[in-house]
Design a protein around this ligand. Structure first.
Ligand code: ADP
Ligand code: MG
Length: 202
């Protein structure tokens, strides 16, 4: 158990590191079915969050999450910037200053609904939602073991391969989007694994 400021700092470090170390892979996935910028977009956004970590992490959970979201909207760009930004901002709206374990699934679900409203996408459209929604379901069913959550996220990202994209740039490819993992699904799985790794001891 660490104090909230240190916990937020550890989370920021972990997500920035995982995005940075997988930027080339995310770009390669986006080259196959998009425009090849997802890794660069995400790296730029999470580097900006990390650069501002001291100020961000000093804020209480709701403001911290909202500010991370705002930074992502401003810095990531593309389709994923506003969507990841919405995810974090909506989480911030739902989280109390002193969250308990029960607040996480509730806030996460509310944040996913906000992403769905913004992007007009459903599960099965081959997007980040194909990872976020099953993870929300796992949390709602009381699964809190972090290795199981991470495994569920990676399995869900893998399961986007055979899907034909309905939303995002990949949908322009029609059937040619089949057989490739969705870049946003992969980045979501990486983020969830990184967050899980930090929350493991809390
Ligand atoms: P862009 O497609 O504008 O180049 P990125 O490459 O950064 O943006 O992000 C692409 C990812 O964004 C996709 O792989 C997908 O997961 C996600 N995405 C795109 N459109 C939507 C949407 N409407 N709803 C949810 N996620 C989406
Ligand atoms: Mg792209």
């Amino acid at each position: 158990m660490q104090d909230a400021v240190s916990l937020r700092a550890a989370l920021v470090k972990a997500v920035a590191e995982v995005v940075g170390s997988h930027a080339d892979e995310l770009t390669a996935l986006d080259q196959a079915i998009g425009d090849g910028d997802h890794g660069i977009n995400m790296k730029r956004g999470f580097e900006a969050v990390a650069a501002d970590a001291a100020a961000l992490c000093a804020k209480p959970w709701p403001d911290f999450l909202k500010s991370v979201g705002t930074t992502l909207v401003m810095k990531v760009g593309g389709a994923s910037g506003p969507l990841y930004g919405t995810l974090f901002m909506a989480m911030g709206k739902e989280m109390p200053e002193n969250p308990t374990a029960a607040d996480l699934p509730r806030a996460f679900r509310a944040a996913i609904l906000a992403v769905q409203a913004r992007g007009k996408a459903e599960r099965g459209h081959k997007t980040m939602l194909d990872v976020l929604i099953p993870v929300a379901e796992a949390l709602e069913s009381g699964i809190y073991e972090t290795d199981k959550i991470a495994a569920a996220a990676h399995a869900a990202a893998e399961a986007t391969k055979p899907i034909k994209a309905v939303r995002g740039r990949a949908s322009f490819l029609g059937d040619r989007s089949i057989g490739h993992m969705d870049p946003g699904a992969r980045s979501s799985a990486l983020l969830i694994e990184a967050v899980s790794g930090i929350l493991e001891n809390e």
